[in-house]
Ligand binder design. Structure first.
Ligand SMILES: Nc1nc2c(ncn2[C@@H]2O[C@H](COP(=O)(O)OP(=O)(O)OP(=O)(O)O)[C@@H](O)[C@H]2O)c(=O)[nH]1
Ligand SMILES: [Mg+2]
Ligand SMILES: [Zn+2]
Length: 367
């Protein structure tokens, strides 16, 4: 039976995965019959939560439900614990350090949020048909919006005759991000993930269905904790083996979150991360003659010039434009839903691009 005396949690030896002084300081404000926990799985109405003496299954309070405040995997929660009335309910979420969201917003609870309180996002791909620079860029955008550190894992290294060449291609296209080739099946290269693991750290695996996220999870935990499976090709879209997100703790004190493959990643409200991911294009854009240049053939366009001079890959420019268009579209959609009558607030793509460019100018000077 869980201890109801909350003073017992003020000890620094308290072993909730990922718990540290930051959480301890937030926890201090909860006086009474409360215990802390970390959400490891979310079901429809119940939450599996790691507490000091094991894993318990609990609902959220009525107040949280009516306020639409729902925990996600990785959240630290406050559980009202009254053994005398057999009551155990989640009553609050400790303020998230960060969160990874499929839309890149990452600011509120709910559907969009994949996981919370993450140090590193392992973006998993494989040398076969999944390997796609635009896809990696999208994952990178949502990771950067979260504030967690992105690392690309090129799994199934055993299936490629030229894995070093493929690492090279990714590194060239997506700069400044570590690319780690591994084989989860043959358990090779896994030691290169150690710098991101370790006591108190939380990592999450994201990537398409079938790239081996669960196989990697099993390889790192050293036991079969997650089901893995072959991709069923009959509907052409593959079959998702993992259907819910799971947080598992490793003996070394790190936490791994395995997630189901995402079908699509929509990017929106990720302006900052777009600027970071396409910083080269933004740099050229600051030299365009018109500050709202859409790089579609306007005179004095430094971006077009960079393409003509061969220093900017036209495909990269096309991907950038596509993402901008998508962001503007998603924004408009959200605006239509939220403020139907405030049409004036809709932003044009060019205006949005201009905003980013001028922010960069302000931040970087005029070079
Ligand atoms: N050859 C090879 N096969 C692998 C490797 N890692 C995983 N696989 C195989 O790839 C298939 C899919 O692996 P999973 O781990 O289930 O993939 P997943 O990313 O968890 O997929 P979802 O849960 O559907 O998102 C399985 O048949 C695995 O055995 C690897 O390193 N090499
Ligand atoms: Mg899986
Ligand atoms: Zn231009």
């Amino acid at each position: 039976m869980p201890n109801t005396d909350n003073r017992s949690y003020s000890s620094s030896s308290f072993a909730l995965p990922g718990w540290n002084q930051y959480w301890q300081d937030l926890w201090i404000t909860f006086k009474g019959p409360y215990i802390p926990g970390r959400v490891c799985t979310v079901h429809k109405t119940r939450y599996e939560v790691i507490v000091q003496d094991g894993i318990i299954s609990v609902p959220v309070s009525g107040a949280m439900r009516s306020g639409k405040i729902f925990p996600v995997v990785g959240d630290f929660v406050v559980i009202l614990n009254q053994p005398e009335s057999a009551t155990r309910i989640i009553v609050a979420i400790l303020q998230r350090k960060n969160s990874l969201a499929r839309g890149g917003a990452g600011d509120s609870a709910g559907e969009q949020v994949i996981a919370a309180n993450i140090d590193t996002v392992f973006i998993v791909t494989e040398p076969g048909s999944d390997l796609s620079i635009p896809r990696l860029e999208r994952y990178l955008l949502i990771t950067r919006s979260s504030g967690a550190r992105p690392v690309i894992i090129l799994n199934k290294a055993d299936t490629s005759p030229d894995i070093a060449g493929q690492v090279g291609v990714i590194t060239r296209e997506i700069r400044d991000i570590p690319v780690v080739p591994v084989s989860a099946a043959e358990k090779t290269g896994l030691e290169d993930l150690n710098p991101y693991l370790g006591s108190g750290r939380t990592v999450v695996f994201v990537g398409s269905s079938g790239v081996g996220k669960s196989t990697l999870t099993n390889a790192l935990t050293g036991e079969t904790v997650q089901e893995t499976g072959d991709i069923r090709e009959d509907d052409g879209r593959g079959h998702h083996t993992t259907t819910v997100r799971h947080l598992l703790s490793l003996p070394d004190g790190s936490s791994l979150i395995d997630t189901p493959g995402l079908r699509e990643i929509r990017v929106w409200t990720a302006e900052e991360s777009i600027a970071e991911t396409f910083d080269d294009i933004l740099k050229y854009a600051t030299r365009c003659r018109f500050s709202d240049c859409s790089h579609d053939g306007e005179p004095g366009c430094a971006v077009r010039q960079a393409v003509e001079e061969g220093v900017l890959d036209p495909d990269r420019l096309a991907r950038y434009k596509k993402i901008l268009k998508e962001v503007a579209f998603e924004r408009d959609k959200a605006d239509i839903g939220l403020k139907r009558f405030e049409k004036k607030k809709f932003r044009e793509i060019s205006r949005f691009a201009k905003e980013i460019a001028s922010e960069r100018k302000a931040g970087n000077g005029r070079h």
